[in-house]
Design a protein around this ligand. Structure first.
Ligand code: NAD
Ligand code: TYD
Length: 339
C-alpha cells in the first residue's frame, strides 16, 4: 500500500509512521507536513530516514497543486495534519479554520479526483463537547466547545459528506486524549512532566477536576491501522470512537507525574481556568470493538510510567523545543505569563 500521511511530523503522525513501517515493511509512506511549531523532523529516527519506503515532503495541505501531485502516487490517505491545541485556538482561531477545515477540503477534493481507495480522517472526541451522563457514542449530538473542536467538527462532517455525495471511501476516527513519546510540550502530560523535571510550577486550570479519557498513542495507531485495512463495507462512511476507557482528572494525572518523578505537591499551581473548559471527555469504543474486533493493547499504569521515562531519557528532544524554539517561549509567555 502507498500511503499519504498528512501531519506525519507531529506527535501521533510520527508514531503512526514508525508503527506502520515496522508492521508493514512493504508499504510506502509519503509524509506531507508544513512543519509548523508542532512539526519536528527529530520525531523520525535514523532508521526511518534511511528507509527507502519513507519520503518526506515539506508543504502545506492547503497547497492544492502539491496535494494533487502527491495524490497521484498513493492508494490511501491518513489525514492527521491540523492545528491541535485548544488554548491556542482560544487566542487565535483563524489558522484552525484554515488548516483544519480548508486544508481538509483540499485533501478530500484531491482524493476524490485521484480515485483514492481509503481516506482515514483523524477526527477527535472533542467534537462531542461534554460527555455528560454517559461516554459519548457515535450517534450523539456534536456540540464542540472550543474553536479547535468546532474546526475539527467542520472537517469531520465535511469528510463524511464526501462519502455521502461522491462515495469517496472515507472512514473517520474519533479518538480520546493520546499520550506517549514525541508529544509537543504544550499539552498537559509533556508540559507537566518536563516542568516537574525542571522544578517549575505545574499550571492546573481551575480546580483540576476536569477529566479526560487517556489512551496510549500506539493503541490509537493500531486502531487507525485497522481502519485502513478493513473491508470497505465495514468502514466506508462510518465513524468509529477510539478509547481505552481510562478516565482520569487533571489532578490525578498531576499526582501520578509528581510521584513518578519524586517531586513535591508544592509544584502544583492552580491558575485561571480555560474559557469553555470541557468538564468531561469520554468515549465509548464498543462499535470499533464489535465491527472490527479492535481492542487496546496497552494498560494505563505501565504506559504512563513508560512515557514519563521516555521524557526523562530524551531530554535533548524536549529541551531543543523548550529552550531553543522561539514559538515555544512566546507561547509560554503569552499563556502563562512567564518567559
Ligand atoms: P500535533 O500538533 O502534534 O501535530 C500536527 C502536525 O500537523 C504537525 O506536524 C504540523 O506541522 C502539521 N501541520 C499543521 N498544519 C499543517 C498544514 N497546514 N499543512 C501540513 N501540515 C500541517 O498533533 P497531534 O496531537 O499529533 O494530532 C494529530 C491529529 O490527531 C489531529 O488531527 C488531531 O486533531 C487528532 N487528535 C489528536 C488527539 C491528541 O490527543 N493529541 C486526540 C484525538 C485526535
Ligand atoms: P490538553 O492537553 O490541552 O488537551 P485537551 O484540552 O484537548 O483535552 O488538556 C488536557 C487537560 O489538562 C484539560 O482539562 C486542560 C488541562 N490543562 C491544565 O490544567 N493546564 C495546562 O497547562 C494544560 C495545557 C492543560
Amino acid at each position: 500500500m502507498r500511503i499519504l500521511v498528512t501531519g506525519g511530523a507531529g506527535f501521533i503522525g510520527s508514531n503512526f509512521v514508525s508503527y506502520t513501517l515496522k508492521k508493514h515493511p512493504d508499504d510506502r509512506i509519503i509524509v506531507l507536513d508544513a512543519l509548523t511549531y508542532a512539526g519536528n523532523l527529530e520525531n523520525f529516527d535514523k532508521e526511518i530516514w534511511n528507509n527507502p519506503n519513507f519520503q518526506f515532503f515539506h508543504g502545506n495541505i492547503t497547497d492544492e497543486k502539491l496535494v494533487k501531485e502527491l495524490m497521484r502516487n498513493v492508494d490511501a490517505v491518513v489525514h492527521f495534519a491540523a492545528e491541535t491545541h485548544v488554548d491556542r485556538s482560544i487566542r487565535e482561531a483563524g489558522t484552525f479554520l484554515e488548516t483544519d477545515i480548508w486544508g481538509t477540503y483540499i485533501l478530500l477534493d484531491s482524493a476524490r479526483l485521484a480515485g483514492i481507495e481509503r481516506f482515514v480522517h483523524i477526527s477527535t472526541d472533542e467534537v462531542y463537547g461534554e460527555a455528560e451522563d454517559h461516554a459519548s457514542v457515535e450517534g450523539d449530538d456534536l456540540k464542540p466547545k472550543s474553536p479547535y473542536a468546532a474546526s475539527k467538527t467542520g472537517a469531520d462532517r465535511l469528510a463524511w459528506s464526501y462519502w455521502t455525495t461522491y462515495e469517496l471511501p472515507v472512514t473517520i476516527s474519533r479518538c480520546s486524549n493520546n499520550y506517549g513519546p514525541f508529544q509537543y510540550p504544550e499539552k498537559l502530560i509533556p508540559l507537566f512532566v518536563t516542568n516537574a523535571m525542571e522544578d517549575k510550577p505545574l499550571p492546573v486550570y481551575g480546580h483540576g477536576k476536569n477529566t479526560r479519557d487517556w489512551i496510549y498513542v500506539l493503541d490509537h495507531c493500531s486502531a487507525i491501522d485497522a481502519l485502513m485495512r478493513s473491508d470497505g463495507d465495514k468502514v466506508n462512511g462510518e465513524v468509529f470512537n477510539v478509547s481505552s476507557e481510562h478516565e482520569l482528572s487533571v489532578l490525578d494525572i498531576t499526582g501520578i507525574i509528581l510521584k513518578a518523578l519524586g517531586k513535591p505537591e508544592s509544584l502544583i499551581n492552580h491558575v485561571e481556568d480555560r474559557p469553555g473548559h470541557v468538564i468531561r471527555h469520554a468515549v465509548d469504543p464498543s462499535k470499533i470493538n464489535k465491527v472490527l474486533g479492535w481492542k487496546p493493547e496497552y494498560g494505563f499504569v505501565e504506559n504512563i510510567e513508560k512515557t514519563i521515562d521516555w521524557y526523562r531519557n530524551n531530554e535533548t528532544w524536549w529541551r531543543n523545543l523548550k529552550e531553543k524554539q522561539a514559538e515555544y517561549k512566546e507561547w509560554i509567555k503569552a499563556q502563562y505569563g512567564k518567559g
